[in-house]
Design a protein around this ligand. Structure first.
Ligand SMILES: [Ca+2]
Length: 361
């Protein structure tokens, strides 16, 4: 899973290193802002080691094998490239930011190559996909589409050493609590018997073909090919089964289409269909959806259904018009919300749905 850009350069000043409290008083030493260059020097490496030592009790208390912790900590160094990438993240969009058009995004994400590669995988893995679909209720196309979006069907899942990235981000401190937890989760993955050499990922700690954070792996990864290991790195079946299981735990409902393209009549009064209850979860994304009502109500308002996957008349759906009135719009279901749970972006969720349809239709 991707991490959403947070405002850069926020430093949690006042964070302390318990293991570094060497001043004459017992006052904790405040963490100083570190530059990428600082990380190259020995002092910074020592500082990093002390930081790791400071989280050892927490890791052990949550069940990490002490030998695993010490073995990994003994030769880990901070990765300046990770700090640099983290600081170069764009700021979060403000409420008034202009939202780009969806059509070009769709064209670049649901393109001929991705569709063709998805269809090849669909052919090759049909039996396995059918088995996973039986378990999870998630259609093959959706699992393949997320696989395609996250890692180009397993081709690009990141080459950063996962433990090094996570330890660096935890040490850097901008989102310390999150990354300490993820570092500990990654150590637990090692303890479960996954080889260290497999643990690669994006600089921000998303790992394997589904691009899970380690805590997500621990929560939802499954052994789809039944070899005794939950290998989302080099087993395609495990990766797909884990994506299916993710969506199942996020509330995926069998036999409900993710959404359907609709033509909205010019006469529709958008004020009447506005959402009245703001979402707690990623409110800016959910704010672009209308209120939820049954398909039959949408039909009464004059919407024309254009896709082949017709939802049932009582299915509760919301309208999204990413490019405004007059352009293609979609009615989306509760399963669209499950895709947003994977990656909370309307463009992502629409694009996943559209690629899924293109692969299996
Ligand atoms: Ca397996």
């Amino acid at each position: 899973m991707r991490l959403y850009p947070l405002i850069t350069a926020i430093f949690l000043s006042g964070m302390t290193f318990p293991a570094l409290s060497q001043s004459s008083s017992d006052m904790p030493v405040p963490m100083q802002e570190k530059t990428a260059a600082d990380l190259n020097n020995q002092e910074a490496n020592r500082d990093f080691r002390n930081f790791l030592a400071s989280i050892r009790p927490q890791a052990l208390a949550s069940g990490v094998n002490p030998q695993t912790f010490d073995r990994i900590a003994s030769d880990l160094t901070p990765n300046p490239r990770v700090i640099q990438l983290d600081r170069n993240q764009p700021e979060s969009p403000t409420a008034n930011a202009v939202i780009p058009p969806f059509a070009p995004y769709a064209a670049s994400h649901v393109d001929a190559v991705r569709i063709a590669n998805g269809r090849k995988k669909y052919q090759a893995l049909q039996n396995n996909l059918a088995e996973i679909e039986k378990e999870t209720g998630v259609p093959a196309g959706i699992m393949l589409s997320i696989y395609g979006h996250e890692s180009g069907y397993g081709q690009f899942s990141g080459n950063f050493d996962l433990l090094r990235s996570l330890a660096t981000l935890a040490y850097d401190g901008r989102r310390r609590d999150l990354f300490v937890q993820e570092y500990i989760a990654a150590l637990k993955i090692l303890d479960s018997g996954i080889d260290r050499s497999l643990l690669k990922g994006s600089w921000a700690g998303a790992t394997g073909s589904p691009q899970f954070l380690p805590s997500v792996y621990l929560r939802v990864a499954v052994d789809g090919d039944h070899d005794g290991k939950k290998n989302i790195w080099s087993s395609e079946i495990d990766a797909l089964a884990s994506i299916g299981n993710y969506l199942k735990t996020a509330g995926w409902q069998p036999n409900v289409p993710w959404g359907i393209a609709v033509k909205v009549p010019d006469s529709l009064d958008r004020n009447l269909i506005q959402s009245v209850t703001p979402s707690q979860k990623c409110p800016r994304v959910y704010a672009r959806l209308s209120r939820w009502q049954p398909v039959s109500e949408w039909r009464k308002l004059g919407l024309v259904f254009m896709g082949s996957h017709m939802p049932s008349e009582n299915e509760s759906m919301a309208l999204i018009e990413p490019d405004g009135a007059g352009a293609t719009a979609w009615l989306v279901s509760a399963n669209y919300r499950a895709i947003l749970d994977y990656n909370c972006s309307n463009f992502y969720a629409l694009s996943v749905g559209l690629l899924a349809d293109a692969i299996t239709d």
